[in-house]
Design a protein. Sequence first.
Length: 531
Amino acid sequence: MRYTVLLAFALFFTGCDDVKGPGGAGDTDVAVEDCGDGIDNDDDGITDCYDDDCAATCDVDGDGHIDINLGGDDCDDNNGAVFPGNLEICDGIDNNCDGLADEDDPNLDPSDSSWYGDADGDGYGNPDQVVYQCDPPAPEAVQNGDDCDDTQAGINPGVPEECNNRDDNCDGLIDDDDPTVDPTTMRSFWVDNDADGLGDPLIQLDACRPPSGYVDNDLDCDDNDAGLGEAAEWFFDNDGDGHGTGIAQGPQCASPGVGYVPYLGDDCDDNDPLVFPGAYDYCGDYFDADCDGDDCGCGTGLADPSYPAAVQFQDALPSTTMSMTWDGVDYWSSSGGGPGGDRLAQYDPYGAFLSFYQPNVDWRSVFTKEDGIGNLYGRGYNSNQIQVMSGGLGIFTNDVTLQGGTLDAQSSVAFDTTRREFITLNPNGDVQRWDEAGAFVGAVTLVGFGNQGNEGTYPSDRGVAWACDHYLTYSDETLSSWDSVTGARVASTTLVGAGTSFDSNFSISYTNEMVFVVTTAGGQWQGYDVF
């Protein structure tokens, strides 16, 4: 009897279970959960696949989701890239266990399925032309939409910013405003403390455009004294016409004495103030007034039936192009259509673009005396003011007021060859004339103007130039020459490839001994040697 009681007491404290038995199911001595029997085998309160002991069995691919066959939601427990909540990608399988694959799934990852048109073939797509699908819709489609101009292969995020007045690398910044601009495309400028147009050679800054207070030369002898400019050779000018002769003095900053002029030692008769290079040489008077060795030599001109361009270069102003001129050093072109933005462009003697300027003028023409001094004049829309660039590059002030006569709002103004008269053309074919002071001196009617092609329509009837005692007009590749006294049409000729656009018919200019016409805005300037 005593033995029986002790045995029962021992069994109670050893935890022996008649149902489970020592070492049987549910025995706390068993360390591993049986993952599929629905019983908490290790007495830790967690059953089957929810027990950490079952991770390798219930989540084979380790993606945190239990096999759907073991009560979980993973539809493919052998692929760690397949589980509920995952992004659908273009791989031909159901990545998120919603029963849909690739384009059939509205949860398709857009970064894996966005295709953009690439019209310019530079590898960067147009953000406004996107298709969402797994396969490319066209061979040229790309998977980025980073191009800000899909019409030009040279504009995309992969190219460097250059000094060209456009956003090359699509970062929203242009030229000097972009800290990544290629320094090799910049130009050098020098500070101009005394505002004489000449820069201090000791203070240089490289930039796309001239900063305020800087100029594009380093020629100042003393940048604190506007009276001392560029070091030059000086020649004695006996007749006071601005051209000297004799032995050069210098180079030096200041004049060696009264009566000396800088640079120009080219006078062929220093006793006659009307004779010097650049003077107007009247044809047929047997007198060489401009020191070029002949008596004018141009006659009526336009002897050939057609002329090819003698020089051409790219127009830097994509807006409405108005005129071209040569200041003896550089070319300048202007544009209209409004006063704001880039309305003036500068080119070197070979036509290479130098810089843009914003003079706040809606130009109808710019012109010069071509005297090598560099004064640039211009006329704006609906204005009787002739302006001159005198406050620095691109800065214009009123110079001469044209009084009397009839000045159409749209017409260009130019100098005649003598540089002593301003001329303009009215729609009725009258050439209006003013002297250097702006006083009206008369008009010449071009007889039969409007009888050839479109020359009597806008804008062909708003542009006029002067060369060799003749007025010049242009319309649709045809250049006409008119007697400046009688107004009779002397000759007409074809300027090959000169263009027939609105800008072409407005841009007629005579400068640097050539007739200039632009093919179209942003196209080619063509210079024709017709005299």
